[in-house]
Design a binder for this molecule. Structure first.
Ligand code: UDP
Length: 475
């Protein structure tokens, strides 16, 4: 009997990366592959809960623990998750901690002796480690292909090289669909600006090229032009397996969360509630949160708004706000069941920071968006929504850097109204619903994402058996 094909997964310790990676693990497991997740102790309970059902269904998913070097990099014990770091200076220490994981990770790989490795983009060194053990490494990118193509285009053509102004729109050269960005919207790493993260992003880009290929949480029909661009112009290999949030939900309805906000949503009319949430990592200024509060209130729509516990609402909530909005809005402090909220019929729109998971979750639920990106590739995702897919309205000026320029209450309220009211809103909702249908189809048996997974597994198995044969001949 041949041994079960074994894939090791090494997700970044951050909600936005861990959540989709766990769905990929379950996908691989559902195709009969042996899987092991390498993670730190802090994440074991959450992962165990998430994989419980899959393990009961017969395909065992294993966990292997790696110690995060908090002390060595000067972080308080337990700082093992990107989204729990409080100060900006902790981020660089965290990234340094990731690079120190190389030696213990190698030991784990040696012990497990897998056939294949899927490691997060933030572990670029794993490509070399995998090569040392003669196994292919896939990169899991938390990004969509549109964003990867924009970055690649900007790095190759340098269209901002002689541009002084931060707000002048520049059309990307030789890029599908006449897409323009201002300098303020582009991350420093793509503009060639040197900072503490320059070396890390250089390594990430190099590993994208030298790895076996990239796994993307998206689906072919959503960004077809950019799938072609990535494969044919950039010459890279990518498999689109998403939307990952749909796959296991569709199979198991008992995964639907229970939360008091869902009962509240249930009591409202279809498309009457706007949901606002800004992801797990980014922090908004107190002033910005204050403006968002007043903007949501003056939009006149029902709303659910998620604020982080660390954002201490007492310090920025407008006076008397909670009393005034008590029949109109719900503030959730902490973690909300986002996918379930988006799936409710009464949810008519989503004010989002355009993190890719949130963006795709809304597309999968057929919900149009008001977009307020602040960092990383979020402005690129905004452009995909507003310009290409036409299911989003920017909050404030899309050419500005909204991490530093304050978005005013009127701008929040205007964008919410445009997403929720009138002809334009109906047209956007119709387009969003049609994307939802395509998304559901993509993950069904015979759909594009289902087939991409089949071709990935077949390809990597064939590659592995060829390289094992070559190795045997050599010995
Ligand atoms: N999320 C959630 N509840 C919250 C906040 C976030 O379920 O209260 C989930 C959300 O559904 C998504 C992930 O956390 O799957 C956030 O990922 P995204 O890429 O959108 O943003 P990031 O947190 O990485 O900035």
């Amino acid at each position: 009997m041949t041994a079960q094909f074994h894939v090791v997964f090494f997700p970044l310790m951050a909600q936005g990366h861990l959540i989709p990676t766990l769905e990929i693990v379950k996908l691989f497991s559902s195709r009969g592959l042996k899987t092991t997740i390498v993670t730190t102790k802090l994440h074991v309970p959450v992962i165990t809960k998430s994989i419980e059902k899959t393990n009961h269904s017969g395909n065992q998913i294993n966990i292997s623990i790696i110690k995060f070097p908090c002390k060595e990099v000067g972080l308080p014990e337990g700082s093992e998750s990107l989204d729990t770091l409080k100060q900006p200076d902790m981020f660089m220490k965290f990234f340094r901690g990731l690079s120190l994981l190389q030696e213990p990770f190698e030991q784990i790989l040696q012990e497990l002796s897998p056939d294949c490795l899927v490691a997060d983009m933030f572990f670029p060194w794993t490509t070399n480690v995998a090569a040392k053990y003669n196994i292919p490494r896939f990169v899991f990118h938390g990004f969509c292909l549109f964003a990867l193509c924009v970055s690649e285009n900007i790095r190759s053509y340098k269209p901002f090289k002689d541009v002084e102004s931060d707000s002048e729109p520049i059309v990307l050269p030789n890029f599908p669909n006449q897409i323009e960005f201002s300098k303020a919207q582009v991350p420093g790493s793509d503009l060639g600006i040197k900072d503490g993260a320059t070396e890390l992003f250089k390594q990430i880009n190099e590993a994208d090229i030298t790895s076996y290929g990239i796994i993307i949480n998206s689906f072919n029909e959503l960004e077809k032009d950019y799938v072609d661009y990535y494969r044919n112009v950039c010459g890279r290999r990518a498999w689109l397996l998403g939307p990952l949030s749909l796959i296991n939900r569709n199979k198991d309805k008992t995964l639907i969360d229970e939360h008091e906000c869902l009962k509240w949503l249930d009591s409202k009319k279809p498309y009457s509630v706007i949901y606002a949430c800004f992801g797990s990592v980014g922090r908004l200024s107190k002033l910005q949160l204050h403006e968002i509060a007043l903007g949501l209130e003056s939009s006149g729509h029902y709303f659910i708004w998620v604020v982080k516990k660390s954002e201490e609402a007492e310090k920025w909530l407008p006076e008397g706000f909670e009393e005034r909005i008590k029949d109109k809005g719900l503030i959730i402090r902490g973690w909300a069941p986002q996918v379930s909220i988006l799936e409710q019929e009464s949810t008519g729109g989503f004010v989002t920071h355009c993190g890719w998971n949130s963006t795709l979750e809304a597309i999968s639920a057929g919900v149009p968006m008001a977009t307020l990106p602040t960092f990383a590739e979020q402005p690129f995702n905004e452009k995909l929504l507003t310009r290409v897919l036409k299911i989003g309205i920017p909050v404030g000026s899309p050419l500005s850097n909204r991490a530093v320029s304050l978005v005013k209450r009127e701008e929040v309220s205007d964008a919410v109204k445009r997403v929720m009211e009138g002809e334009e809103a109906i047209e956007m909702r119709t387009r969003a619903k049609s994307l939802k249908k395509m998304a559901c189809k993509a993950v069904e048996e015979g759909g594009s994402s289902y087939n991409d997974l089949t071709s990935l597994i077949d390809g990597v198995k064939a590659y592995r058996s060829q390289s094992s044969e070559a190795e045997e001949e050599h010995n």
